[in-house]
Design a binder for this molecule. Structure first.
Ligand SMILES: Cc1cc2nc3c(=O)[nH]c(=O)nc-3n(C[C@H](O)[C@H](O)[C@H](O)COP(=O)(O)O)c2cc1C
Ligand SMILES: [Mn+2]
Length: 493
């Protein structure tokens, strides 16, 4: 069943035991954020808040829309459901499905005549962002964040490229917002193209859209690729869009709330800090960031604002940015002719690690004969593409290791990496400035040192590998079967 709006997704979550309706009034001031953090950390269902102790009625908030679940075997059920995959699909399965769609032709969106968000429309001076239930998410945030999960639509002045992406936005006052507009991100590139012709950038912010959209907004596709067409290919149907009222853009027609206006790169106000994907509220105080001036706000009756409370893994940065990022890197590595079994950003590594696994016969398949040379090639591909801009550390392992299994990963990294032989070091190399440990000068220069840890067997072993001394790997199948069969007979329960 296609899930073409947020309300259908909420119903699907409720049926899967992944939704908690919260009817008692909850404070927008920190209480909502604290509840949501606890949900992430315990794998509890996504909270749907319908009343606020410190805000008038009329709106709801859905938080943790793509958090992980404590249900056994269903850790990523919210992600899988958002992408209309079976609820048990694991991380590698989700990444493979996204990567496979990159080989398909784009399916462009269709423009529909009307959308539910136009049930209530305010234009110009009538706009009041304070009507929305905008929470104070973390104790220490520099403001209230209106956008943590919305789709920002931006189009180049020549009309050739329409980008959809996620970047946080803080409410400033009734008709202004501010947020991160990084020059290396596509919204920053499009805004620069408008600034070059002396104009502010028209934008639309679609909040509370159909559940698949945030996953394409978080995906680091190459520049000049329209996210909407890629999502159409992934979902095997065109995404519905609708014309905005005050800017020449189309936005996802499923939006609960639609905000339109112009981004002024030359008008700066203070923004942040805010709890971030690496797991910290940075020590840097607030920054000067550009202003989004709002010209229209539309919303459905009883509209639902989505909320992500970024921080220690696992939250949506790790699922909706990290998993599509894994998929894009898998695609880039394979397109470069490398024999890669899996490319996976462990959810708990907060996009600071990428694990790449290769089959034992990688020499024959790649034409490369030394493991360090293979690591160098992997590093050139990863660190040379947009998706790898954020990744500082790559771990290369044989594909007997399941990179989604943290116990196996810790053991393999600890026991297979020589402390100083065989790693590929790249220094300096371009970086996204968001990494948690970067020094101030590195953030300003947007360069740092990066590394590919070589966890492959020593070259002198050839294709030989030590036998894994474990129940699962170290015995003939008939012994494993016999032990499993007789387990209760031995007296174990
Ligand atoms: C929940 C969530 C929040 C995000 N917040 C930001 C942000 O504040 N700033 C930013 O530059 N990227 C942020 N990202 C990552 C971008 O969405 C990602 O890099 C994406 O590739 C950007 O789109 P683009 O490739 O079209 O530039 C966030 C991703 C998610 C899923
Ligand atoms: Mn893009």
């Amino acid at each position: 069943m296609p899930l073409t709006d947020l309300r259908q997704y909420i119903d699907a979550l409720r049926e899967l035991g992944e939704l908690q309706d919260i009817e008692v009034p909850v404070a927008l001031d920190l209480e909502l954020g604290a509840i949501t953090r606890r949900c992430y950390e315990e794998g509890a269902p996504a909270p749907l808040f319908s009343a606020f102790a410190d805000h008038p009625p009329g709106f709801r908030v859905l938080a943790a829309p793509a958090g992980t679940s404590a249900q056994p075997g269903r850790e990523l059920v919210r992600v899988a459901t958002s992408l209309e995959l079976p609820p048990e699909t694991n991380g590698l399965g989700i990444a493979e499905a996204i990567a496979a769609s990159l080989a398909l032709p784009a399916v462009d969106p269709v423009i529909v005549d009307d959308a539910p968000c136009f049930e209530n429309v305010a234009i110009g001076d009538a706009v009041d962002l304070n009507r929305l239930p905008v929470p104070l998410l973390h104790h220490g945030d520099g403001g209230r964040y209106l956008n943590t999960w919305g789709c920002i639509v931006a189009r180049t002045p020549d009309g050739a490229w329409t980008n959809w992406s996620i970047a946080r936005m803080m409410r400033v006052d009734e008709r202004r917002m501010t947020g991160i507009v990084a020059p290396e991100q596509h919204v920053g590139m499009v805004a620069k193209a408008w600034a070059d012709i002396g104009k502010p950038m028209p934008f639309a912010l679609a909040l509370g859209v159909e559940p698949s959209i945030p996953f394409i907004c978080g995906m680091p596709l190459p520049a000049h690729v329209d996210e909407a067409g890629r999502l159409g290919a992934l979902m095997r149907r065109p995404i519905r869009t609708v014309r905005c009222r005050t800017v020449d853009l189309e936005a996802p027609a499923s939006a609960e709330i639609l905000i339109e206006g112009h981004l002024h790169l030359d008008e700066l106000v203070s923004e942040g800090p805010m709890g971030e994907f690496a797991g910290y509220i940075p020590v840097e105080p607030s920054m000067r960031r550009p202003v989004y001036r709002v010209s229209a706000m539309s919303h459905r009756h009883d509209a639902i604002l989505p909320a992500v409370v970024a921080g220690e893994p696992v939250e949506e940065n790790h699922t909706a940015w990290g998993i599509p990022c894994s998929a894009q890197l898998l695609h880039e590595l394979r397109s470069a002719g490398l024999p890669v079994t899996a490319a996976w950003i462990p959810l708990r590594a907060a996009l600071h690690w990428l694990v790449v696994t290769v089959p034992r016969d990688w020499r024959r398949r790649s034409g490369v004969d030394a493991s360090q040379a293979l690591c160098e090639r992997i590093g050139r591909v990863v660190f040379g593409c947009k998706a790898g801009a954020v990744i500082p550390k790559v771990i290369v392992l044989n594909d007997d290791v399941d990179p989604t299994n943290l116990e196996e990963l810790v053991w393999a990294f600890a026991t297979r990496c020589h402390p100083f032989l065989g790693h590929a070091v790249f220094d300096p190399v371009a970086t996204a400035p968001l990494l948690a440990y970067l020094r101030h000068g590195e953030k300003v220069a947007a360069t740092t040192g990066k590394v590919v840890y070589n966890g492959l067997p020593p070259d002198e072993w050839g294709e030989a590998m030590p036998v894994r001394a474990s129940f699962r790997h170290g015995y003939p199948p008939e012994i494993v079967d016999r032990v499993k069969r007789r387990w209760a007979e031995y007296g174990f329960r």
